[in-house]
Write a protein that binds this ligand. Structure first.
Ligand code: PMT
Length: 405
C-alpha cells in the first residue's frame, strides 16, 4: 500500500491508450490511493466514464460547466486537495495545450489552475512524438518543472513501431510512487552489483548460489526513486530492470568485475565521478580453473572428476582501494555471528558501511532483516519488505555522503 492516504486526480485525454488508464486506476486504488478522474470529451470516445466511475467509486468529471460542484468550479476544486495530478494518456494535443497554457476544457483548465505537482504520461504515434512542435512542447513542459514519464518505444496501435507508446500501467505506478519519495540522492551517480554469479564448469554446469537479485534490485529502485542516476550490474536473475535504471547483464564474477571497472572508467572519462558503489551481489569467491568445452561424461567405474578452483577478484575490495573511491557499501550474509563477521568484513575491505543479513532472511524472499554497521556503530532495521528496507539504506547512505562533504 505505497499510496495509502494519497489523493490523486487522474486525467485521461483522448487516445487509444485511454483503455490502459482503467487498469492504471485499478492499480492506484489497490495501492491505497483515493482517485478522482477527469476526462476530456475526446477520451470518452475511447472509454466510457462509467468504467472509471465504477473503478474509482467517484463521479467522473468531463464538462467545465458540470453543475454537480455546488460552486460550479470543478476546475479549481478538483485539484485543491490533491497530492498530484497525473494525466495518462497525455495526447500530443494535450501536451501542446499545457505547454502553451491553454484552458479550453475541464481537464486543461484544471491543469492550469492546479496547486499540486503534475505528471504527464505521453502517448502518441511516433511521428507525432518526433515532430519538432512536440519536441518544443516537451522541452517547455520540462522547463516548467512538469514531470514527463515515458513514453516507451515499441509497437503502436497504428501498426508502426517507435517511441510514443504510453508506459505500462505498472511502470506509471512505479513512477508515481517514486514521485513521493524524498530526493535524498538527487544528482548522485550510483553503481550497484546484484544477484548471483555463475561460474561455468562445462557448457551445461556451473557454480552459483541462491541469490534472487531482489535485494539489489530493490536498492537500485530506491536509489532511482531518491533521484540518483543508477547503473545496475546484474548476475543472472529473473527480474525486470527497475524503471529508469540502466542494467548491464553479466554472468560470471570476472564479467561483473570487468563491467564495474568499465563503468568507473567511463564516469572518470566524463569527469563525472561515481558517488556511491553498493555491492549487493553474492559473488562466487571461486571459479573452476579451466572451462571444459565438452559436457563432462560420467565414466563408469572412474573416480569422480576433481574440479580445481581459482580465486575470483574481490570487486568491492578493489573499488574501495581506488585512490579516490566512491562511498562503498558492502553486504554480508552470514549464518551466525552476524555482527562480528560483518564488522570484520567492513574493516578488511576498508569500507565505511556494511549491511548485515542472515542467510535464511536474505536469500530469495521478498522480505529481509538488516543491520547496518558503520563508524557510528550498529543500526538494526526492523524486518520489512526489501523495498522499504532499501529506502532506509538509501537514507543512511545519503547521510554518510553528506558527512563526507
Ligand atoms: O538476491 P537476494 O535473494 O535478494 O539475496 C540478497 C543477498 C542475501 C544475496 C544480499 O543481501 C547479500 O547479503 N549479499 C552479499 C552476500 C555475501 O555475503 O557476500 P560475501 O560475504 O561473499 O561478500 C561480502 C561483500 O563483498 C559483498 O558486498 C559482495 O558483493 C562483495 N564481493 C564479494 C566477493 C567478490 N569476489 N567480490 C565482491 O565484490
Amino acid at each position: 500500500m505505497e499510496l495509502q492516504g494519497k489523493r490523486i486526480v487522474l486525467g485521461v485525454s483522448g487516445g487509444i491508450a485511454a483503455y490502459k488508464a482503467a487498469e492504471l486506476l485499478r492499480l492506484l486504488i489497490k495501492d491505497g490511493a483515493t482517485v478522482q478522474v477527469a476526462m476530456t470529451e475526446a477520451a470518452t470516445h475511447f472509454v466510457t466514464p462509467v468504467t472509471f466511475q465504477a473503478l474509482s467509486g467517484q463521479p467522473v468529471f468531463i464538462d467545465q460547466w458540470d453543475a454537480r460542484m455546488a460552486n460550479n468550479m470543478a476546475h479549481i476544486d478538483l485539484s485543491r486537495h490533491a497530492d498530484v495530478l497525473l494525466v495518462a494518456p497525455a495526447s500530443a494535443d494535450f501536451l501542446a495545450k499545457v505547454a502553451n497554457g491553454l484552458a479550453d476544457d475541464l481537464l486543461s483548465t484544471l491543469v492550469l489552475a492546479r496547486d499540486c505537482p503534475l505528471l504527464l504520461a505521453p502517448a502518441m504515434n511516433r511521428q507525432m512524438w518526433e515532430n519538432p512542435a512536440t519536441r518544443r512542447n516537451v522541452a517547455t513542459l520540462r522547463a516548467d518543472g512538469i514531470a514527463i514519464v515515458g513514453p516507451a518505444s515499441g509497437e503502436q496501435a497504428c501498426g508502426e513501431t517507435g517511441l510514443g507508446r504510453m508506459l505500462e500501467p505498472e511502470e506509471i505506478l512505479a513512477e508515481l510512487i517514486a514521485h513521493f519519495q524524498p530526493k535524498v540522492l538527487a544528482g548522485k551517480r550510483v553503481l550497484l552489483t546484484a544477484g548471483p554469479t555463475f561460474e561455468a564448469i562445462d557448457p551445461v554446469r556451473g557454480i552459483t548460489n541462491l541469490s534472487s537479485g531482489k535485494m539489489g534490485y530493490a536498492i537500485a529502485r530506491a536509489a532511482r526513486e531518491a533521484g540518483a542516476q543508477v547503473t545496475l550490474v546484474s548476475g543472472p536473475v529473473d527480474l525486470p530492470a527497475p524503471p529508469g535504471v540502466e542494467r548491464i547483464a553479466v554472468t560470471s564474477a570476472r564479467q561483473m568485475h570487468a563491467a564495474v571497472h568499465r563503468q568507473i572508467a567511463a564516469h572518470a572519462e566524463n569527469a563525472a565521478d561515481l558517488d556511491v558503489f553498493i555491492a549487493v551481489a553474492a559473488v562466487a569467491d571461486y571459479r573452476p580453473a579451466t572451462f571444459i568445452a565438452q559436457k563432462i561424461k560420467k565414466a563408469a567405474q572412474a573416480a569422480p572428476p576433481m574440479i580445481e578452483l581459482r580465486q575470483n577478484p574481490d570487486i568491492l575490495g578493489e573499488v574501495a582501494a581506488l585512490p579516490k573511491p566512491p562511498l562503498c557499501v558492502g553486504f554480508a550474509a552470514e549464518s551466525e555471528n552476524l555482527a562480528a563477521y560483518a564488522e570484520n568484513k567492513r574493516r578488511r575491505k576498508g569500507i565505511p558501511l556494511i549491511v548485515g543479513n542472515l542467510i535464511h532472511d536474505g536469500f530469495g524472499g521478498d522480505r529481509n532483516t538488516l543491520i547496518l554497521f558503520d563508524d557510528d556503530g550498529q543500526h538494526p532495521l526492523a524486518p520489512d519488505s526489501k523495498l522499504r528496507l532499501a529506502r532506509q539504506l538509501v537514507a543512511r547512505i545519503a547521510t554518510l555522503l553528506e558527512k563526507r562533504r
